[in-house]
Ligand binder design. Sequence first.
Ligand SMILES: NC(=O)c1ccc[n+]([C@@H]2O[C@H](COP(=O)([O-])OP(=O)(O)OC[C@H]3O[C@@H](n4cnc5c(N)ncnc54)[C@H](O)[C@@H]3O)[C@@H](O)[C@H]2O)c1
Length: 461
Amino acid sequence: MKRLLLLAALLAGFCSCADEYGYSVRDHKIVYNTPPRPAGQQSMLGFACDPIDTVRIGVIGLGDRGKDVPKRMAYIEHASVVALCDLMPERVERAQKSLVKRGAPRAKYEFTGEDGWKELCALEGLDLVYLAVPWQLHTKMAVYAMEHGKHVAVEVPAATSIEECWALVNTSERTRRHCMMLENCCYDFFELTCLNMAQHGLFGDVVHAEGSYIHNLDPWWDNYQGDWRMTYNKDHHGDVYPTHGIGPVCQVLNIHRGDKMDLLVSMDTDAFAGQDKADARYGKGTVDYQNGDLAATLIRTRKGKTILVEHDVVTPRPYNRMYQIVGTKGYANKYPSPGLALGSESLEGAAYDNLDAEKYMSAEQRDSLLAAYKHPIAREIEALARKVGGHGGMDFIMDYRLIYCLHNGLPLDEDVYDAAEWSSLVELSEVSIKHGSMPVVMPDFTRGEWDRTDGLRFAVK
Ligand SMILES: NC(=O)c1ccc[n+]([C@@H]2O[C@H](COP(=O)([O-])OP(=O)(O)OC[C@H]3O[C@@H](n4cnc5c(N)ncnc54)[C@H](O)[C@@H]3O)[C@@H](O)[C@H]2O)c1
């Protein structure tokens, strides 16, 4: 009977996807389901676990990204890397050496091969599984780790489909384990300062924000183990790597802490440069490359704000995360060089045709304001973060905050709903594009609790 109903719906053109985490097409919109919370699960909003004296960490994936995790953790009080895992034994050994070099003990447990990660997740006496593996493995490993009682920190994007996003949310809610996506750009210095300025009202009401991932990956395509990244991109339209752009601006806009991303529209170019690269890599005519050179996604929130996110990893545009905050009383942008403009007093008496009258504040004013509003977390840890490094220090601040919150039994800065919402753009942008840029009504991973929390606050003891 269920099958018959489904078939009827499909024939009528109303339903494109039958499962409970899927969508239907209604009134020229793609509407994603938000299924009720299964019995036995509780919201993870504001969740904190008991304080952990020393956070015992297992790292899975020790490639370009993961290789520096043990070293960074070795600088952090109350953190101890006790287990390492990679497909390749030499990468485990490289990570061991980085621990020793920093004066930390070698990790007690080592795992290699395709399934070594399962043994790591099952270890007794492990608190946190830290995942820096290819995207295709993130959710599978995160879910398994939570099922085995571990908190999870997972690289970006945490999930590549809506079904995976819900798997993270449901597993975290059922097991009462943290699942933090490691969105490091939320911890970059300019973004932290702007977040602080926004929370102090300097921009007035923030009405629009932008963030992107524009990074020509030409020098790196060969580095990804098993070609996982090009393999994913060649098969998918849309913004396959949205979280560096969307994460920091969602924090400024208090997404699921008073507002909610509601409606999304995506559009992409054809794959011009992408196809050329695939032809060069796999042979002309071998691959029909899907990922457009540029994918742009526009989102409207429940409170009437907008967000623009772009993805471009194949053109020669210089690195740019397009970070911009547009408020009723002020504006900030990070690239190509940081700029601030507050208020419009400078425009009084300006001639109508004098377009130069609209100015950023001077570099001196800007720098003194940025210094005055430096985020308390950056103030606390900046010197060590810059010394240890990791994208200029933001990776260290992220790890430091993760351990600080776990050690002190505090809610994490980025929760499982952030992981799901930010990662959801991977599928939602692709589905919009595949339907001729049709608007998409986004699912609500908090299941109606998006305004239960009054603004984002980073917890401190
Ligand atoms: N936040 C950031 O700034 C940032 C930067 C780079 C990469 N990343 C993310 O980090 C992740 C890894 O990227 P990367 O550049 O290090 O890729 P990589 O290919 O260099 O490393 C992936 C590692 O995972 C290992 N691996 C694969 N399958 C495994 C398995 N079954 N068990 C154990 N190990 C396995 C590989 O051997 C490899 O060493 C990706 O999710 C990527 O998006 C994030």
